[in-house]
Design a protein around this ligand. Structure first.
Ligand code: ADP
Length: 261
């Protein structure tokens, strides 16, 4: 049994896939995450809204153990890190990171590798799958995002929307416990935004657990199971999309939604 599956095996069936409890993070003496807690269940989509600088990216980076919180407990796929007990062991942080996959604003594809190699890379290098198995998984993932037939192309020969769909395929292929999306459409030309949102909707419908930092309110309302509005490093409002987006309770959220309209 691999370390990864051993860790995954510790999750009770009804436990949240992602659990964040009492998360705090400062850079220098600026506290950018102030005691944030939330859970995401298996197959659910959580959208995180909030103005620039409210701590959304930092929170995603804490969830995939790229950033070390000052305190709080984060569990992903049954791997739990308690930052109140000091620096976690490297192997535990790595085990948690392997339960996540990230989709970035700027795709972050390898420019010198084909589409297929971009998707197989993590499977062979990180998950140590053999080439044949990796290729089969990668082809299925590319099909799922509507990019079958593009396997031999290079990123520079693709539109931004197509590159982002390849990066979603790369995340999907890893079969992580959760996919973390950091403003996946904000670098795209307006006419490319919908194809990526549709791809995300399709993979959500496959039961993939997702946390999505986005300014796409219509997507958040249509696809999310729950929505968090953050401001100044805190959760200001949290709940079902119809509640949070259609019936904001605070002036701050009302102003934010008006600013996007
Ligand atoms: P958002 O994603 O909501 O725009 P971020 O998480 O990127 O917010 O940033 C939250 C705050 O933390 C901002 O004030 C930002 O300048 C600061 N910040 C983020 N990363 C660092 C860092 N590595 N060093 C210092 N300050 C940082």
């Amino acid at each position: 049994m691999t370390e990864l599956s051993a860790a995954a095996g510790t999750t009770p069936a009804d436990a949240p896939v992602v659990s964040v409890n009492g998360l705090k993070k400062s850079f220098g003496n600026v506290e950018v995450i102030k005691d944030v807690s939330f859970d995401v269940s298996q197959g659910q989509v959580l959208s995180i809204l909030g103005p620039s600088g409210s701590g959304k990216t930092t929170m995603l980076r804490c969830i995939n153990a790229l950033e070390r919180p000052d305190s709080g407990v984060i569990s992903v796929g049954g791997v739990s890190l308690d930052y109140g007990k000091g620096k976690p062991r490297f192997r535990d942080a790595l085990a948690q990171r392997r339960h996540t996959a990230m989709v970035f604003q700027h795709y972050n594809l390898f420019k010198n590798k084909t589409v297929l190699r971009n998707v197989t890379e993590g499977l062979t290098v990180v998950q140590r799958k053999n080439g044949k198995e990796a290729e089969e998984i990668a082809r299925n993932a590319l099909e799922a995002v509507g990019m079958a037939g593009f396997e031999d192309r290079y990123p520079n020969n693709l539109s931004g929307g197509q590159q982002q769909r390849v990066s979603i395929a790369r995340a999907l292929a890893l079969n992580p416990s959760v996919i973390l999306f950091d403003e996946p459409t904000s670098a795209l030309d307006p006419e490319r935004v919908n194809e990526v949102l549709k791809t995300m909707k399709d993979i959500a419908a496959r039961g993939v657990t997702m946390i999505v930092v986005t300014h796409e309110i219509r997507f958040a309302r249509a696809v999310s199971d729950s929505v968090i509005f953050m401001d100044g490093g805190k959760i200001v409002e949290q709940g079902a999309p119809q509640q949070v987006i259609d019936h904001p309770q605070t002036e701050r959220l009302q102003e934010f939604l008006n600013s996007l309209a």
